[in-house]
Ligand binder design. Structure first.
Ligand SMILES: NC(=O)c1ccc[n+]([C@@H]2O[C@H](COP(=O)([O-])OP(=O)(O)OC[C@H]3O[C@@H](n4cnc5c(N)ncnc54)[C@H](OP(=O)(O)O)[C@@H]3O)[C@@H](O)[C@H]2O)c1
Length: 318
């Protein structure tokens, strides 16, 4: 698989990042280790986790981070893996109350280091925003952890463009590290008129896309395969009325038809086209894929070496 360097950092990562939300929970420990080994064997080195995964289940807390920590320890490969993890997520019982104080960030950073059994986190994400806290203060808090050697680079997830801009301006004006990446919901699937059910999430939109194009900030999108939407539609598993509400729009029928036409012309698969649509953007874009089994992993990773032309990109969303 190709690699790329996240601009403004020395993090050289595989062009596909493996989401580990289900590791240690939906995917048991042995199957998680097997999937992580296969990812690395196929050239992957970039993992995405979060302290909150999968605390909605009645199992041990932070099962994803702890599984990654155990796997890296068992394989002795910490220095070859780029680990991204997230903190400052609201409590699951009060999603409307942000957790973004200096104390909450510090407590989450320390917990994640412990779970991952490491001294430093390669890319630390804020899982949500607190729009009422000045972005500059948040940047200051994160930079204190960078200075202490606990974090190498930082990113924001589910932030709006104007807040990212405020954070980056503060960092530039004060000689601090700004965000090296932005993690949002983004795929080739169009989001329907009702938007996302969870209003604390942020999807890529025209304004955010323009911000990335203008600044070159890396996009590292989640739900990058729209949970397999086009593959499921193509085999008749999902009719329009059964589409998840997030993606329920006739535009996705049109996109499927265009994907199928491009697939027939090029021999590429639906998965390869969906992921190459992201990796072929004019700014660095590294899709995070979620895979439930080894067949999905192999299929998703096959998208890692495909690039689309600008004509093909235009055709897909025309
Ligand atoms: N920052 C955030 O707020 C945030 C939010 C969500 C996720 N994330 C991160 O992003 C990761 C991935 O998110 P996601 O799971 O939503 O991504 P995704 O890759 O869009 O969806 C994964 C699902 O897509 C289906 N799938 C995967 N590969 C497939 C294939 N080759 N063919 C057909 N279907 C396929 C499977 O669905 P079935 O199980 O139905 O087969 C799988 O469970 C998470 O693990 C997490 O690390 C971050």
């Amino acid at each position: 698989m190709r690699t790329t360097t996240i601009p403004g950092t020395n993090l050289n990562v595989s062009v596909i990042c493996l989401g580990t939300g289900g590791m240690g929970s939906g995917i048991d420990r042995a199957a998680s280790f097997e999937m992580l080994d296969a990812f690395v064997e196929q050239g992957g080195n970039f993992l995405d986790s979060a302290k909150v995964y999968a605390d909605w289940l009645p199992i041990e807390r932070s099962s994803s981070e702890k599984t990654l920590g155990r796997w890296m320890k068992a394989r002795g490969n910490r220095d070859r893996i780029i680990v991204g993890t997230k903190g400052a997520h609201p409590d699951l019982s009060s999603m409307h109350i942000p957790r973004m104080s200096d104390e909450e960030i510090a407590s989450d950073v320390n917990a994640s280091l412990d779970h991952l059994q490491t001294d430093t986190i390669d890319l630390y994400w804020l899982h949500r925003d607190d729009p009422r806290r000045p972005a500059g203060e948040i940047i200051e808090a994160l930079n204190a952890h960078i200075k202490a050697g606990k974090l190498r680079a930082i990113g924001c997830s589910n932030w709006r463009a104007e807040r990212i801009e405020a954070a980056q301006s503060h960092a530039a004006a004060h000689g601090l590290q700004g965000f090296a990446g932005d993690q949002m919901l983004w795929s080739l699937a169009a989001v329907g008129p009702n938007g996302l059910a969870d209003k604390t999430l942020v999807a890529m939109d025209a304004g955010l896309q323009a911000y990335h194009a203008r600044t070159g900030l890396a996009a590292i999108p989640y739900s990058s395969q729209a949970n397999g939407l086009f593959n499921k539609m193509a085999v008749g598993r999902l009719e329009q009325a059964q589409l998840p509400e997030t993606y329920r729009t006739p535009e996705n029928d049109k996109r499927l038809a265009r994907i199928q036409s491009l697939a027939a012309e090029t021999g590429l698969t639906i998965t390869q086209i969906a992921l190459a649509y992201l990796t072929s953007q004019p700014f660095v874009t590294i899709p995070i894929v979620g895979c439930r089994n080894m067949a999905q992993l192999a299929d998703s990773l096959s998208g890692g070496d495909v690039t689309l032309t600008s004509d093909q990109m235009r055709f897909l969303t025309q």
